[in-house]
Design a protein around this ligand. Structure first.
Ligand code: GDP
Ligand code: IMO
Ligand code: MG
Length: 423
């Protein structure tokens, strides 16, 4: 069977966790392909809210197997806390959760390095979640990293020591005031590694290949969003992995011609957390209202998310680089009550009107050009069928479909599993 793929089309937090949870009943396997505990994927059902960081969002379903792919970076300490959070749900994670031996390990010193690197950047800081993501991927591409499979070897602690010593020298080089007690961090880390080692480690590319041969259905779950992609995002204000469709091939070992549906998720407006350009960002009470109604605070860091109108230029770009086949629009309910809905359809760029994403989208070069839509006032959150959706919202949906040339198959009207309308 082919592999379907689900990913975010904006700057993350589009609602990927919710939709993976909704779709899991159709799949045998859910597989995360990149990122790490910088992600916060929120799921809500039966009055419970759960935030997953590294564990795939299919974990709450009885039958699905959840794979953490080779493209993911894992912090044992965060991971074990995540497992503890699942204890109350009686999930047999020793059976249902398996980890690629080729996934890389985030060390305590990776986290410290992240903090030192950000502190040394001053105003130019990325606004990283400080989970050690960048330094761990640097060690991966620098061919210095420690992989999950290494933890099964007897001498891995020697490799650990020499890498951690090198990191300490690098932290010192940054010459910033970072207070830490490495011994304490290491005690916690080594304990967490022992718990992690009670889980199944596998050669995940082989496992997924066999699963495809056996006709199993697989959904690949992305983290972050396309505009945070290391190659195609708003560099350098990005994360350190390929968040786009190609990342699923390298992050799982799935061949490109085996990918079938590409589900692209976007919010009816736009948010961004951390630094970096954001053409449609609002600095007025409209943006503040979106943030308030949409509870736009980071699931990982609690930082307020910056809010603005939907940017169709950027959305089309993301559809293009990912080969999106179906769209899913999230949080339409948050826009209920706004008299006018704006959507950016082109940019004024150095005196010209353009409809593509240029190399540099800094505000001094670029002004968004908006189309306006009549808002809707109905409360969408109790709606369950597409026939109930207000006409003005459907006009907005049709416009996005026409502009992107891709059908919007799901309209999400609230955080709960049930608040999901199929079209
Ligand atoms: P992810 O990282 O893409 O999984 O998204 P996050 O979980 O970080 O952020 C999405 C937030 O929006 C979470 O708090 C969700 O519970 C919430 N959410 C998801 N879909 C909807 C929706 O349609 N409406 C509303 N109001 N909230 C939603
Ligand atoms: P999910 O999967 C939103 C942002 C950070 C920062 C930049 C780099 O929940 O959508 P990093 O920690 O990777 O070095 O941070 O990327 N960022 C996210 N923003 N959602 C995420 O994940 C994010 N993961 C990283 O805020 O701007
Ligand atoms: Mg999130």
């Amino acid at each position: 069977m082919a592999v379907d793929l689900l990913l975010g089309l904006q700057w993350g937090d589009e609602g990927k966790g919710k939709i993976v949870d909704v779709l899991t009943k159709n799949y045998d396997i859910i597989a995360r392909f990149q990122g790490g505990p910088n992600a916060g994927h929120t799921l809500e059902f039966d009055g419970i809210k759960h935030v997953l960081r590294t564990i795939p969002s299919g974990i709450f379903h009885d039958k699905s197997i959840n794979v953490i792919g080779n493209g993911v970076v894992i912090d044992p300490v965060v991971f074990v806390k995540e497992l503890e959070g699942l204890d109350q749900f009686n999930i047999d994670y020793k059976k249902k959760l398996i980890i690629s031996r080729k996934a890389h390990v985030i060390l305590p010193t990776h986290r410290l390095l992240d903090a030192a690197s950000e502190a040394s950047k001053g105003k130019a800081k990325i606004g990283s979640t400080l989970k050690g993501i960048g330094p761990t991927y640097m060690d991966k591409t620098g061919r210095n990293g420690i992989r999950i499979g290494d933890l099964e070897l007897n001498d891995w602690k020697e490799k650990y020591r020499s890498l951690a010593d090198k990191h300490e020298a690098m932290i010192e080089f940054h010459n910033v005031d970072i207070q830490y007690d490495l011994q304490e961090l290491e005690t916690e880390f080594f304990e967490a590694v022992e718990t992690l080692k009670t889980l199944q480690f596998i050669d995940s590319e082989e496992y997924l290949y066999k699963a495809q041969q056996e006709g199993k259905t697989i959904l690949a779950e992305g983290a972050q969003g396309s505009l945070l992609d290391i190659d195609f995002g708003t560099y350098p204000f990005v994360t350190s992995s390929n968040t786009t469709a190609a990342g699923a091939c390298t992050g799982l070992g799935v061949a490109p011609n085996k990918i079938k549906e590409v589900f692209g998720i976007f919010k009816a407006y736009t948010t961004r957390v951390g630094s970096g350009p954001f053409p449609t960002e609002l600095f007025d009470e409209v943006g503040a209202e979106m943030a308030k109604i949409g509870h736009e605070f980071g699931a990982v860091t609690g930082r307020p998310r910056r809010c603005g109108w939907l940017d169709l230029v950027a959305l089309k770009y993301a559809c293009q680089v990912n080969g999106v086949t179906q769209l899913m629009m999230m949080k339409g309910d948050v826009l209920s009550g706004f008299e006018t809905i704006k959507v950016c359809t082109s940019y004024k760029y150095k005196g010209e009107e353009i409809t593509h994403l240029p190399y540099n989208i800094d505000p001094e070069n670029l002004t968004p050009v908006y189309s306006e839509y009549k808002g809707w006032s109905e409360d969408l959150t109790k709606m369950t069928a597409k026939e109930e959706l207000p006409k003005n919202l459907l006009d907005y949906v049709h416009f996005i479909e026409k502009e992107t040339g891709i059908p919007i198959k799901i309209v999400s009207v609230g955080p709960d599993r049930k608040q999901t309308i199929l079209r």
